[in-house]
Write a protein that binds this ligand. Structure first.
Ligand code: URA
Length: 203
């Protein structure tokens, strides 16, 4: 196991025992994250819903099915990406996470991003987008663009639950954003994945 994988495992263990906010009192399971720890793209949702709280895995409900479909359309599989949330424990009744809960939990997300080291972070909806981009503007205005962010690229898009409610118009804008993610990934093929002759070192 690499140091990063081991550190991620230890971080998950810490999160599983976390009692830093009131959500610890009502959660069934801590939903830490899921997917490849070598992922080039990481998605950040809002917080676990009922199914996620029961299963301990992010985006397993209807919104997750929709996310899987969008991933497939750009030739990505769940196993290729990493998925986490702003808060790791379900807010009761699926209410919005509160500012003090986000504050208490954000260190876990920061560490996940640092250890997984993705090139692209796609923020799903207002909570993740506002947390990372520190912007008060809403997702409708911010989406459709790629933002440089601490040597990575943030691609904000709607939360998949918004597509479940908003139908084809939201869905087609999300498709555009997923194509943007695909574009960023193909333009930033990791240096170590390139053959030396591709780097132009030999003429
Ligand atoms: N919505 C989220 O924001 N995250 C999940 O894991 C599931 C639904």
């Amino acid at each position: 196991m690499t140091d990063a994988h081991e550190a991620l495992r230890e971080l998950e263990e810490r999160a599983r025992a976390c009692t830093a906010c009131r959500l610890a009192e009502t959660r069934t399971t801590v939903v830490f994250g899921d997917g490849s720890t070598d992922a080039r793209v990481m998605f950040v949702g809002e917080g676990p819903g009922r199914n996620e709280d029961l299963q301990g895995v992010p985006f397993v409900g209807a919104a997750g099915q929709l996310l899987n479909r969008l991933l497939e359309e750009v030739d990505l599989r769940r196993e290729d990406v990493y998925i986490a949330n702003v808060v790791k424990c379900r807010p009761p009744g699926n209410r919005d996470p509160r500012p003090d809960e986000i504050e208490a939990c954000k260190g876990y997300l920061a560490e996940q991003i640092r250890l997984i080291d993705p090139e692209v972070v796609s923020t799903l909806g207002n909570f993740a987008t506002k947390l990372l981009l520190k912007q008060q503007m809403g997702i409708t205005r911010l989406r459709g663009h790629a933002y440089p962010w601490w040597n990575r690229t943030v691609v904000p898009t709607f939360h998949p639950a918004a597509a479940l409610r908003g139908g084809e118009s939201v869905m087609s804008q999300m498709r555009e954003d997923f194509l943007l993610i695909e574009g960023v990934l193909s333009s930033t093929t990791k240096m170590e994945e390139q053959e030396p002759e591709q780097l132009g070192l030999f003429g």
